[in-house]
Design a protein around this ligand. Structure first.
Ligand code: ATP
Length: 373
């Protein structure tokens, strides 16, 4: 591992059904191209001879079905070839899903059930490769002309938007191997999740979870639970690495993957903004409840928040809502980062992806803080 040093070109010959696993070095990007044969990165085929630029710390694999030669230039933290991968079982899942899509398309009955494509949910422990498997299934489907919708329920290390959020996006082409999923059109989130009645459950790398789910879902004949092996290439990330990845992800939202975006610093009066928190405190005081009843926190309750120094370094979502009542069912337009709160002058300074007015004065406070480094 770590054999390639800066500026030195290195060629790697891959046998059929093997992959080159790479962790890009910490300080500099890595350039890579396909010299001959066919190869893909998490389901997306590489164009021949085109140099791709991978940012520092990215972990990925270049897989080949029939053999390929890869050329790299730059520094890697590790790079090694593996010929034992679960890719055949993954592509079999794809083939079954594709057959179901074809059947749904051909279905002439007006019955909405049979004319719908499969709804798949990928589950498994942390670092089992859930995001990666989803990405491959999406890219393979898109390559065959389908338009799967991806709903990312992973609030810790999601692939679509910033940490702490859930998001959905339609995938129309294979996912970019360097940039990942670009956010084009988030759906109405709650609606998407309520209607996500999965009929295929893919369980990655955990026997216990698999048998549990299989038992629970036994009564439901329409749900298939499939056990899949975890790839040996999935890189485990400890708490520190996860925190760092989250922090980079927020930085990337404002500054771009390659520092190619220029966010704007804006100033607003306290009176121009309304900050809300979702969930929290019990709805009714104990005294207002029947004897013996416990007050419960309503997770969908929208609570106004005072603007004060507590907002410093917080990431706030900007809602599309026009009224506070709409906040819970509205999408967010994007995010701002609070860089200063001036109590005396009642002004708040924040970083936004672009200049100009925010699309709404309704901001949502989560628990996401970020220390710009
Ligand atoms: P989490 O529980 O944190 O959401 P996850 O189960 O979704 O994790 P992934 O994000 O898919 O796991 O994978 C973890 C890391 O391992 C990612 O950085 C991914 O790019 C990397 N990875 C996955 N498969 C491979 C592979 N075959 N070779 C090299 N790196 C890989």
């Amino acid at each position: 591992g770590g054999a390639s040093s800066s500026g030195v070109k290195q060629q790697v010959k891959l046998e059929k059904e093997s992959e080159l696993r790479i962790e890009v070095g910490n300080d500099a990007p890595l350039c890579l191209r396909l010299l001959n044969g066919n190869a893909e990165i998490f389901g997306t085929e590489l164009a021949p001879e085109i140099w791709l630029n991978f940012p520092p710390r990215l972990k990925f694999a270049v897989f080949t079905w029939y053999g390929a030669t890869i050329e790299m230039e730059g520094t890697t933290e590790t790079d090694y070839t593996a010929d034992e991968t679960p890719m055949v079982s993954y592509v079999n899942v794809h083939a079954i899903l594709e057959a179901r899509r074809t059947r749904a398309k051909a279905s002439s009955s007006g019955d909405s059930e049979s004319s719908q494509g499969p709804r798949v949910i990928v589950v498994g422990p942390t670092d089992s490769g859930k995001s990666t498997l989803s990405r491959m299934l999406l890219s393979w489907a898109a390559k065959q002309g389908s338009k799967p919708t991806f709903v990312d329920l992973d609030i810790g290390q999601g692939s679509i938007t910033i940490p702490g959020c859930i998001a959905a996006t339609p995938i129309e082409m294979p996912i970019d191997p360097v940039e990942g999923i670009t956010l084009e059109m988030p759906l109405l989130l709650l609606h998407a999740i309520r209607t996500l009645k999965a009929n295929v459950v893919l369980v990655l790398g955990q026997e216990k979870l698999y048998s549990m789910l299989r038992d629970v879902l036994k009564g439901e004949p329409k749900v298939d639970v499939v056990k899949l092996q975890r790839s040996g290439g999935v890189v485990s990330r400890n708490v520190k690495v996860r925190q760092k990845a989250r922090s980079f992800r927020i930085r990337e939202y404002f500054y771009g993957l390659l520092n190619d975006l220029s966010p704007h610093s804006n100033i607003a009066n306290f009176s121009d903004l309304c900050v809300y928190r979702i969930g929290g405190g019990p709805q009714a005081p104990r005294s207002a409840l029947p004897i013996g009843a416990e007050p419960v926190a309503d997770p969908t309750r929208v609570v106004p928040v005072n603007i004060n120094r507590d907002l410093l370094h917080m990431v706030l979502a900007v809602s599309f809502a026009k009224e506070p009542e709409e906040i819970i069912s509205s999408n967010v337009a994007g995010f701002i980062y609070v860089t200063d709160v001036d109590i005396q002058r009642k002004k708040i300074t924040y970083l936004a992806p672009s200049a100009g007015d925010l699309p709404s004065k309704f901001l949502i406070l989560g628990s996401l803080t970020w220390l710009e480094t």
